[in-house]
Write a new protein. Sequence first.
Length: 92
Amino acid sequence: MCRQTQKQWLGGIYHGTSAKDLATPDFTSVAWAYDIRCVDTLGELFDSPYGPAWLEIKVDEEQGVSPQAKFGFPIEDQEPSLPREELLRIMA
């Protein structure tokens, strides 16, 4: 979501939101080091008779969210915008 905001409002200047800017641990390796089982599907996680598990979900760094709050606008004024009449009807 940070990258999406940077793309929309800061001209695509991505500071601190990419793998080249951030150092993050390999959480799967950390989980294994603590003897925590690692899975990559929700079904496998919820069907497990074992204790805690680490579920890693990888999301493309260009993935955006919708709707989203618009910078400088009230939280109810999301993007993509609703027609003004509909927004006012919902807010009533």
